[in-house]
Ligand binder design. Structure first.
Ligand code: HEC
Length: 148
């Protein structure tokens, strides 16, 4: 009896390491997964939960995980080019009318080039004082006065 309890505990432990489905409580509808910008993610794929994500989840994670492109950024033209390339040479299928457009829309909106969806830079007057800058000004002043 004791042996079987231990064996069951060991088996459960192993399964927990290998199978993400039993690795603890994990994310649920009540514990949203957010990215660094606070956008809600689909726990299964890591895709931003927004209009069109189901199409991307259905068509873009069959051959590689979404990690293949979640770090990629691009305009519509960039994303269209990547899809064209995969269709021409990587075995990506042709999409029904309108689907490709919605996928490209989704990608170009939520995986746009850096800067387009990140916050704007902080205005200079709101930044803390930069000691190096004060030093540079002092140095410039010294050089200027030595030339007088
Ligand atoms: C039929 C299989 C297949 C499907 C479906 C697929 N891809 Fe790919 N994709 C590939 C292959 C193969 C590569 C090349 C992998 C490599 O070189 O490591 C690739 C590479 C990529 C790359 C990297 C391109 C680069 O510049 O290196 C991106 C981004 C990408 N896929 C996005 C997508 C998106 C978005 C979708 C959904 C529309 C998609 N993939 C669907 C097969 C597929």
């Amino acid at each position: 009896m004791g042996f079987w309890l231990v064996a069951a505990a060991v088996a459960a432990g192993c399964a927990r390491d290998e199978d993400p489905a039993v690795a603890g409580p994990g994310p649920t509808a009540d514990t949203p997964v957010l990215d660094e910008d606070g956008r809600r993610l689909d726990p299964a794929t890591g895709l931003v939960l927004a209009d069109g994500y189901e199409l991307v989840a259905a068509n873009c994670v069959a051959c590689h995980s979404a990690q293949q492109f979640l770090r990629q950024r691009g305009t519509r033209a960039t994303w269209q080019g990547i899809l064209d390339w995969m269709q021409a040479s990587q075995g990506l299928w042709e999409f029904p009318e309108g689907v490709e457009e919605r996928i490209v829309d989704y990608l170009a909106t939520h995986y746009a080039p850096e800067g387009e969806w990140r916050r704007a830079p902080i205005p200079a007057e709101l930044m803390p004082p930069d000691p190096a800058r004060a030093q540079m000004r002092e140095l410039a002043e010294t050089v200027r006065s030595s030339r007088r």
